[in-house]
Design a binder for this molecule. Structure first.
Ligand code: PMP
Length: 286
């Protein structure tokens, strides 16, 4: 089935959905994005994604082309047009097409480019990987210093995924100055007893929307949340480990650099957190 794609307000069959070669998103990765999950035809944590989008745009001095209400309507239109039950809505805003290549930002006459498309993933929440867990390797974090901005500059995260693939595992965890920053496309956590440990927010990591919700649910479930960096050795010796992202939700990590975490199988805490997350987010979906 050919998708209907949104390009600057127009709904087009995907084969007809194009942007200029002079678009700064294409030439300079000068753009930001968001991925919102859809479960049962409804958007998960939409307000969180909208808030982060506004922040990413503001940090890069880009205009926000829509109000939150307009973004919601556009997202809903994408879900409806493409008949998405379970899946994702991908949204990208770039600094637009100034008509030529120049390092300097263009003036206000250049309007942002807005693109949205959907990805249908039937049974997204029932991913069988959740029962098995992920195996990860550690790789150096050589990304730029503003990882809190969700830019489309994803070459090194792609390379991180490829390093994992070549090593025969599922993903990579980035390490900087001896501690884990985050996964290639997810936030990283360990569990020790009743405590969840994860790196505090800073420009070192993306401020995950799923992270906010999961830490809240953990606290509500009487778990302690400790926001501090941790090492690979500490993670390997932890009871459990996991990642979070808008499309993987909460996913156990059962092996790090060839060493089993805990029993090498998903433990008690992480599957429970996944359950709570999915249950609560489905209830609040819009
Ligand atoms: N860190 C990075 C580098 C990511 O790409 C993502 C996924 N967008 C996350 C963390 C998780 O963020 P979220 O929970 O908002 O999907």
């Amino acid at each position: 089935m050919s998708r209907i794609v949104h390009v600057n307000g127009a709904l087009l069959p995907e084969a007809e959905a194009t942007v200029s070669v002079f678009d700064r998103g294409f030439l300079m990765a000068d753009g930001v994005y968001e991925v919102t999950s859809v479960l049962g035809g409804k958007l998960i944590d939409f307000d969180g994604h909208c808030r982060r989008l506004a922040r990413s745009l503001a940090e890069l001095e880009m205009q926000n082309p829509h109000t939150d209400a307009e973004w919601l309507q556009i997202h809903r239109e994408m879900v409806a047009q493409n008949g998405v039950v379970d899946g994702m809505v991908y949204l990208q805003v770039t600094r637009g097409n100034p008509g030529d290549r120049d390092f300097a930002f263009p003036g206000p006459e250049t309007k942002p480019t807005v693109v949205l498309f959907t990805q249908s993933k039937p049974g997204l929440a029932e991913n069988p990987q959740a029962a098995i867990g992920l195996r990860v390797i550690s790789v150096p974090d050589i990304r730029w210093g503003r990882r809190d901005i969700k830019t489309v500059q994803l070459l090194y995260p792609s390379m991180g995924k490829m390093m994992a693939k070549k090593a025969g595992v599922d993903d990579s965890w980035f390490v900087e100055d001896g501690t884990v920053t985050e996964g290639t496309s997810n936030n990283a956590y360990i569990v020790k007893g009743n405590r969840i440990i994860t790196r505090p927010l800073s420009s070192d990591i993306l401020h995950g929307i799923t992270r906010v919700a999961v830490l809240r649910f953990a606290a509500e479930a009487q778990m302690e949340v400790e926001e501090r960096p941790f090492t690979i050795a500490e993670a390997q010796a932890a009871d459990e480990a996991f990642i979070t992202s808008a499309s993987a939700f909460v996913m156990p990590v059962v092996e790090i650099d060839g060493q089993a975490v805990g029993t090498g199988k998903p433990g008690r805490v992480v599957p429970r957190l996944r359950e709570i997350y999915l249950e609560e987010m489905r209830k609040a979906a819009i």
